[in-house]
Design a binder for this molecule. Structure first.
Ligand code: FAD
Length: 471
């Protein structure tokens, strides 16, 4: 049993949806393209799962957040794929791949062959068991990577109102889920080994701004330690956690966000790997010329830093997917992928954006007791990274434009004195850059300055959160 396609996208997440849209823009014919996904639904905007999906009122549900609404583009429902002659092979895991023969074998035993393959398998959530802790398959221990995880988490949250949640991990997932739990009136303790939250990106000063706010909402931070074991009731439900430092915390719900591992295993020994992902060139092409890799699974050259990186962020997934399609269909006219790393998050009424790299010395600006502040990173005499909380559309555009240029900075105190004015003045002299959308229905909210001071009352914060929490 088998089918043959010209183009196959393996994986049905964010990158797959954006690649499909790009294929149709480039004129793919009916029957030429298929997407194979383990998930039972068409590609969707994964960031929605820790934001709008977990709201207590009017939560986001499919089909509202199918790709590509996160970039203000068409919403690709199953009907759209049908109308465009794109085969969606859903609920189907590929269990092996043979890049020499250009075939994939599904768990159902079907062989699917391709001329060009785009690997968009993303990543999986790391499990506690990989760190020697057992019991994370209990009904009230949740991970958050896909729709099934989010559905389970939303269900457990509903039965835990007024109770206690322990969030393991202080990164993106931990911070966003903790905010959702608070909004759902659940008491939250966050446990992580680092000295502050978002350890990979934030400096202690930036982290303390958010931590103080979380604490004002009742979040209890337990830092410098890790989970050692669970406490179970006779039904196998977790009722508490024991930490390595001896602390015991009661738990009606545990959410684990301790990182991800790229899904490369099908290609190990067949394609060159790098930085935990599939190594690709600036055309997103792997060590096999018929195979491309995009999104979380790809390690690609980041031109402005002169080295390859694997990024775990939605903007990189969207843009690398589009670029790979262009490189396949229009190889002679598609330039090298020249990507400026861009991350964002929205929690409570906060909204921040980060561009570039957090290397070197951090120079702060703005009012850390008010609604808008930021930081630049200066490395070897050049501005290489910018962070801004609570910026306006023009301000976010300006930090993106200027960071891409890596301008020379001779005087750090002058940069500190000028603050945001530095990028605003410099960006006026530059040509207009395309606007980076971070979410469709939210862009108007996200890209405007928050209306409220950071110490707003609970009611205001919840209202703002609901408006700003989407995709
Ligand atoms: P994914 O979207 O993970 O898609 C991979 C797909 O491949 C899945 O459908 C999977 O089932 C499928 N697959 C894997 N292996 C197989 C196989 N063998 N056979 C068949 N199918 C397979 N980034 C931000 O920048 N900002 C945010 O605010 C943000 N929030 C996030 C919130 C959550 C809850 C999560 C989980 C991620 C968030 N991210 C965020 C990260 C962002 O969603 C990812 O970077 C993005 O989804 C990567 O896209 P991808 O297509 O590479 O992988």
């Amino acid at each position: 049993m088998g089918r043959a396609f010209v183009y196959v996208i393996l994986g049905g997440g964010v990158a797959a949806g954006y690649a499909a849209l790009e294929f149709t823009k480039k004129g793919v014919s009916h029957g030429e393209l298929c997407i194979i996904s383990e998930e039972p639904v068409a590609p969707y905007e994964r960031p929605a799962l820790s934001k709008g999906f977990l709201l207590p009122e009017a939560p986001a549900r499919l089909p509202a957040f199918h790709t590509c609404v996160g970039a203000n583009e068409e919403r690709l429902t199953p009907k759209w794929y049908k109308e465009h002659g794109i085969e969606l092979i859903l609920g189907t895991r590929v269990k092996s791949a043979d890049v020499r023969r250009k075939t994939l074998l599904t768990a159902a035993g079907e062989t699917i062959s391709y001329k060009f393959l785009i690997i968009a398998t993303g990543a999986r959530a790391l499990k506690l068991e990989e760190f020697g802790v057992s019991g994370s398959d209990a009904e009230n221990v949740c991970y958050l990577r896909d729709l099934a995880d989010a559905t389970r988490l939303a269900d457990v949250m509903q039965t835990s109102t007024g109770g206690n949640a322990v969030v393991i991990g202080g990164g993106y997932i931990g911070m966003e889920v903790a905010a959702s739990l608070v909004i759902n009136k659940i008491n939250v303790s966050m446990v992580f080994p680092e000295p502050h939250c978002m350890g990979r990106l934030f400096t202690p000063k930036i982290a303390s701004y958010y931590e103080e706010f979380y604490q004002s909402k009742g979040v209890n931070f337990v830092k410098g330690t890790v989970l050692q074991s669970f406490v179970f009731d006779p039904d196998g439900k977790v009722t508490g956690v024991n930490l390595k430092d001896g602390t015991n915390l009661p738990a009606d719900l545990v959410v684990v966000g301790i990182g991800i591992r790229p899904n490369t295993s099908l290609f190990e020994g067949q394609l060159t790997l790098e930085k935990g992902g599939i190594k690709v060139n600036s055309r997103l092409q792997s060590s096999n010329s018929s195979v491309y890799a995009v999104g979380d699974v790809a390690s690609f050259p980041v031109k402005i830093f002169g080295e390859s990186r694997r990024l775990e962020h939605v903007d990189a997934a969207r843009k690398s997917a589009r670029h790979a399609v262009a490189a396949i269909i229009e190889p002679d006219t598609t330039p090298e992928f020249d990507y400026l790393p861009f991350f964002y998050s929205r929690v409570f009424s906060f909204s921040w954006q980060f561009y570039g790299d957090n290397l070197g010395e951090a120079i702060y600006f703005g009012d850390f007791s008010g609604p808008s502040f930021g930081a630049y990173w200066v490395h070897k005499g050049h501005l290489v990274g910018s962070f801004l909380e609570g910026g306006s559309k023009e301000e976010y555009e300006a930090i993106a434009k200027v960071t891409r240029l890596k301008p020379a900075v001779d005087d750090l105190s002058e940069l500190e004195r000028q603050g945001l004015g530095f990028v605003m003045a410099l960006s006026q002299k530059l040509p207009v850059a395309p606007v980076i959308n971070v979410g469709s229905s939210v862009s108007a909210v996200v890209l405007e300055k928050p209306l409220y001071p950071w110490h707003a009352t609970a009611g205001v914060v919840v209202a703002a959160s609901i408006a700003a929490f989407a995709y």
